[in-house]
Design a protein around this ligand. Structure first.
Ligand code: UD1
Ligand code: CA
Length: 448
């Protein structure tokens, strides 16, 4: 069964009190909308349409980065969820199959739940949940197993408000049926909006079938305020930590390890306390990350040891058994097997061959103020402490740079490069200098 997703993300999120569109606020280091997209992507949809409105430019940019195959359509005015879906329908022209509508601000929907919805044989299927506090949710009015209609809180009678089975907002419907029903929606209701929820009663009036699939309330949690965002972050992190432990990851102090939406960690990885993952990190089995590391957009292979106090930035690609120690930053660099970079170093835009040792205080001077340049170091080279590698520059296999060198020219394989001023020692001169300075200080004191 072909599937298309429509993700509603046009709302302003007034209660966030923010210039940033709500769906771009971050949860697990990724925009909220990334969570809905990731859950939906698990169904391998043929088409993904995101409806943007408030902050559409920023949302469009973010979606292009997160999910390049998704299409963004504009809803100029937020006239209701039904109107939002209507804006997406032209982009689905020619699509035959089931459409799933979900919200960009509802990050906890599980792919399994969406699968159950997609697999439902009814013409219209709504994801419902038993609400602990039904509040202002739409209520599901059912007769036995049949969903008859959804009534919005504002429009509900006392008896309808007493219903605790609520609408999550997620809905599945055959594409052609949805297009027909949405075209017929009106806005004669308490909010003056085109309610997507009205497609249920319209379907039933045509004699089509409608049913409810339920999920735990936790999955339908929407984010409307900063406080809710913080609570969602706590829930998200708790889930990620538990999952990591189930997958065989040791964490000394799980509460201080912060995961991103897409963090992947292999078995028998050991994570020390106070580690923060940005997006795009994958760690293979048996690697160790010591305390106080910040990792983003990097790949760490088996047996590597990182930190304490290391920073791996996007494009850091570490082969097996690499060691990156304290106060080392690595960006857009490939470190071959067994490379050791133990202390106080910046490696940016570098390729480093296997077995090479990078001494303390090494810096790849990769930026000239306008362009970035690469540094290439061969295998089994030895970069002396405090070497400045002024890129673009190449150091050959087995070469050695003397400590304190500024390397501006390529170093051939096996060569020793010295790029520092020659040392001069003047016998007795330090003693003489100190005697003179001390005498000066003494005479100053007398004068005072
Ligand atoms: C909606 C449902 C309600 C359900 C609740 C669950 C309708 C009419 N009501 O109510 O039954 O219980 O969600 O949270 O559908 N959006 C747009 N364009 C619009 C309007 C909304 O993109 O014109 C997006 C919003 O950004 C948001 C989502 O749709 O992500 C839901 O909109 P919201 O206004 O929060 O709907 P509710 O009134 O909460
Ligand atoms: Ca809402």
């Amino acid at each position: 069964m072909a599937i298309a997703l429509i993700v509603l993300a046009a709302g302003q999120g007034t209660r966030m009190n923010s210039d940033l569109p709500k769906v771009l606020h971050r949860l697990g280091a990724a925009p909220l909308v990334a969570h809905a997209l990731a859950a939906g992507r698990a169904l391998e949809p043929e088409r993904v349409i995101v409806v943007a409105g408030h902050g559409a430019e920023a949302v469009t940019k973010a979606v292009a980065r997160l999910d390049p195959e998704a299409e963004v359509v504009l809803q100029d005015q937020q006239l209701g969820t039904g109107h939002a879906v209507a804006q997406a329908l032209p982009a689905l022209a020619g699509f035959e199959g089931r459409v799933i509508v979900l919200y960009g601000d509802t990050p906890f929907i599980r792919p399994e739940t969406l699968e159950a919805l997609a697999a439902s044989p009814a013409d219209v299927t709504v994801l419902g949940f038993e609400a602990a506090d039904p509040g202002r949710y739409g209520r599901l009015v059912a007769q036995g197993a049949t969903l008859e209609r959804i009534v919005e809180f504002k429009d509900a009678s006392e008896a309808e408000r007493a219903i605790t089975l609520c609408n999550s907002g997620v809905l599945a419907c055959d594409a052609a049926v949805l297009a027909r029903l949405v075209a017929g929606l009106g806005n004669d209701n308490a909010a003056g909006e085109y309610y997507l929820t009205d497609v249920v009663a319209a379907a039933r009036a045509e004699g089509l079938s409608a049913e409810i699939v339920t999920c735990p309330e936790a999955e339908t949690l929407g984010i409307n305020t900063r406080a809710e965002l913080a609570r969602a972050e706590a829930l998200f992190q708790a889930r990620m930590r538990a999952e990591a432990q189930e997958n065989g990851v040791t964490m000394t102090d799980p509460a201080t390890v912060w995961f991103a939406l897409d963090t992947y960690i292999g078995r028998d990885v050991v994570l020390g306390p106070n580690i923060v993952f940005g997006t795009g990190v994958t760690i293979e089995s048996g690697a160790t990350i010591e305390a106080f590391c910040h990792l983003e957009g990097c790949h760490i292979s088996r047996g590597a040891t990182i930190g304490p106090f290391a920073r791996l930035r996007p494009g850091a690609e570490l082969a097996e058994d690499v060691h990156v120690g304290n106060f080392v930053e690595v960006k857009n660099s490939i470190l071959g097997e067994g490379v050791k970079v133990g202390h106080l170093t910046y490696l940016g835009d570098a390729d480093i061959g296997e077995g090479t040792n990078i001494g303390a205080g090494t810096v790849t001077c990769n930026y000239d103020g306008v362009f970035k340049h690469r540094t290439t170091i061969g295998a089994n080279a030895f970069i002396g402490s405090d070497t400045m590698l002024v890129a673009p520059v190449t150091v050959g296999d087995g070469a050695l740079t003397a400590s304190g060198s500024v390397i501006t020219n390529d170093v051939p394989p096996g060569a020793l490069a010295l790029g520092r001023a020659k040392q001069v020692s003047k016998p007795g001169l330090a003693t003489k200098l100190f005697e003179r300075l001390r005498a000066q200080k003494a005479s100053l004191k007398k004068g005072a």
